[in-house]
Ligand binder design. Structure first.
Ligand code: NAD
Ligand code: UGA
Length: 462
């Protein structure tokens, strides 16, 4: 089976970078990424690469190489489906906000819409690839829809979940730990394998059955998030015992059975997927009556929520139990460094908590716009749009922002924050000058020598 044309439905954080790299590495295959969102597609097509809709280091160079050659972005979904031999579904699969499974199950309405559209448009056989993260056994539902609403053509369904992390998406795509392909039809699997073989070593391309592939994606995210919650649980214990969480991480990470990665204590994990995917795993376990399994994984989320509110409480308590009218400067709003993505970012929950106490918050993030910050805050629905704008202000210049601040809170681990002139910052702030480091980012000896009242998550004994 030879693949000449690929379509990808969904031009988001996964569809955009993934297809850009597939196109870069397979110059003879035409790759068209489609989306309903005209603004997003226009941004992908912008001649000025600085305006791409997502920020990822190295993405601009990949797009510059492939776009217009064999990589295209369009809103013409039907045309792309009609022409493609292989269709990736890369649309969002958020947590349901209504009905059965509200707050836990994945909302599959966008997936189903895609399946129905593919079925109605297709006039030739297609391979349909699940790229979105989906509950185990979704391929069964997809197959049903495609076969029952189609025009009598054949659809082969594969699962090919994506493991890239934001901020390192291009490096992860260029050099993946593994590519996972689940499916039943050997010819279709081989066709997808051949795309990846253009740059991924054979032994890193894993083949499994459909259900293992779908489930492995949820489990990978659950294990990663579990490590963060595990070390965050220990961070609280460190604070009361005099241990230092970074030292504990280093000590346990040296054990090759444990490994050093993903042991950085923080204000909590964010991002669009960890919470959503664990909630989904919990929902699936409960739907099979596996109570203990569900409770076990749910604890990862409970601990993460605790870590975010614990950080906000720590700020309030340290500042003499009141932040009313006090200026607290947030360094960072994105859920991690090197991305402009703010979905489920701990920053918005910490801000919400402090705004409840009538703090006056100012925010600077090198890549997140003021519009996005207000959108995030408004989406929580805690207070009116006017009040959010009255209590929280966004700055483009961190030094301007810090003038007369009572406290600084580090919410994202952007490298530039470490390099600031902290002596100058100290001089601009009110006394005593508090720094609450939710990422363990800053140099504690420098902070102490400059006479900041410095709290770093998991390392201060009080
Ligand atoms: P996203 O919201 O950034 O992008 C999804 C896009 O799909 C949106 O632009 C939306 O307009 C479009 N869309 C929705 N329905 C459509 C339709 N019927 N036709 C055309 N376009 C449609 O989401 P994302 O972050 O790219 O995530 C996509 C999937 O990949 C999710 O299942 C997610 O869990 C998974 N995933 C995400 C990441 C990540 O780092 N963000 C990593 C691995 C896997
Ligand atoms: C994560 C996974 O790492 C990817 O493999 C997966 O494809 C993706 O989810 C997904 O399915 O969406 P991502 O959320 O982009 O990627 O970023 P991570 O690097 O995993 O960070 C997630 C959160 O955990 C961030 O808020 C980060 O700050 C936090 N984190 C991470 C820590 O607090 N400590 C750590 O040691 C590592």
């Amino acid at each position: 089976m030879i693949i000449r044309k690929i379509a990808c439905i969904g031009a988001g954080y996964v569809g955009g970078p993934t297809m850009s790299v597939i196109a870069q590495k397979n110059p003879n295959i035409q790759v068209t990424v489609v989306d309903l969102n005209q603004e997003r597609i226009d941004a992908w097509n912008d001649s000025d690469l600085i305006n791409l809709p997502i920020y990822e280091p190295g993405l601009d160079a990949v797009v510059a190489e492939a776009r217009g050659r064999n990589l295209f972005f369009s809103t013409d979904v039907n045309k792309a489906i009609d022409e493609a031999d292989m269709i990736f579904i890369s649309v969002n699969t958020p947590t349901k906000t209504y009905g059965k499974g509200k707050g836990q199950a994945a909302d599959l309405k966008y997936i189903e819409l895609c399946a129905r559209q593919i079925a109605s448009i297709s006039k030739s056989d297609k391979i349909v690839v699940e790229k979105s993260t989906l509950p185990v056994r979704t391929a069964e539902a997809l197959k049903n829809i495609l076969e029952n609403t189609g025009n009598g053509v054949n659809f082969n369904i594969l699962s090919n979940p994506e493991f890239l992390a934001e901020g390192t998406a291009i490096a992860d795509l260029h050099n993946p730990d593994r590519v996972l392909i689940g499916g039943e039809d050997a010819e279709s699997i081989n066709a997808l394998v051949s795309l990846y073989e253009a740059w991924v070593p054979k032994e890193r391309i894993l083949r499994t059955n459909l259900w293992s592939s779908e489930l492995a994606k949820l489990v990978a995210n659950a294990f990663l998030a579990q490590r963060v919650s595990s070390i965050n649980a220990i961070s609280e214990l460190c604070e009361v015992t005099g241990a230092n969480v970074d030292e504990v991480s280093r000590a346990i990470g040296q054990d090759s059975r444990i490994g050093a990665k993903f042991l950085k204590s923080s204000v909590g994990f964010g991002g669009s997927c960890f919470q959503k995917d664990i909630l989904n795993l919990v929902y699936i376990a409960r739907s099979y009556n596996l109570k203990e399994v569900a409770d076990y994984w749910e604890q990862v989320i409970i601990l993460n929520d605790h870590q975010k509110s614990r950080f906000a409480e720590k700020i309030i308590q340290t500042m003499y139990n009141t932040v009313n009218g006090k200026k607290i400067a947030f360094l960072g709003w994105a859920f991690k460094k090197d991305t402009n993505d703010t979905r489920e970012s701990p920053a918005m929950y910490v801000a919400d908590h402090l705004l409840d106490e009538e703090a006056s918050i100012v925010v600077y993030d090198p890549k997140v716009s003021a519009e996005q910050i207000y959108r995030d805050l408004d989406s929580l629905g805690t207070r009116s749009i006017e009040e959010n704008r009255r209590l929280l202000k966004v700055f483009n210049d961190p030094l301007d922002m810090i003038q007369d601040a009572h406290a600084i809170a580090v919410l994202t681990e952007w490298d530039e924050f470490r390099g600031y002139d902290w002596k100058l910052i100290k001089n601009k702030m009110k006394r005593p000058s508090f720094v609450f480091d939710g990422r363990g980012l800053l140099d504690s000896s420098l902070m102490n020598s400059l006479n900041f009242t410095y709290y770093s998550i998991g390392s201060n004994v009080k």
